[in-house]
Write a protein that binds this ligand. Structure first.
Ligand code: RB5
Length: 145
């Protein structure tokens, strides 16, 4: 599985921890789209870079991070075909895959501690979409009914 990661200055440290965690898990290829330091950047640019690459088929899933996760969530979900899920715990991470087929996990580095965030990442990556009635609902979102 190929995973894209991007975040703003509020989340570069957590992004780094997640990358190390994914490397130790193995079984996935990681593409880090930045930012990798504390310099102030604008989160929409990073959301857009990741979403465009994901929609172009360059990866299977994405992880976006900012201070709260809110800005990334708003920016990512402007894209048709992006199902970004801002998750604060393993329960919402699991359901975002089972019911919403989320293709982008969004985390807030200032609102979610690193240990919780790594648990969320694991559950999110290990949980499959259940399809069926949930696919029907997603189709309605895509067709804007
Ligand atoms: C940056 O200060 C902060 O606004 C950003 O990381 C994010 O929380 C926005 O929603």
């Amino acid at each position: 599985m190929k995973i894209l990661l991007a975040g703003d200055h509020g989340a570069f440290a957590l992004k780094d921890e997640i990358i190390k965690h994914l490397q130790s898990r193995g079984g996935c290829q990681i593409v880090n789209l930045g930012v990798d330091g504390p310099e102030s950047v604008d989160y929409p640019e990073y959301a857009q870079k990741l979403c465009r690459a994901l929609l172009a088929g360059e990866a299977d899933k994405g992880i976006l991070l900012c201070g709260t996760g809110l800005g990334m969530s708003i920016a990512a979900n402007r894209f048709n075909g992006i199902r970004g899920a801002l998750c604060h715990d393993e329960y919402t991470a699991r359901l975002s895959r089972q019911h919403n087929n989320a293709n982008v996990l969004i985390l807030g580095a200032r609102s979610t501690g690193p240990a919780v965030a790594l648990g969320i990442v694991d559950v999110w990556l290990d949980t499959e979409f259940e399809g069926d009635r949930h696919q029907r609902r997603l189709d309605k979102i895509e067709s804007r009914l």
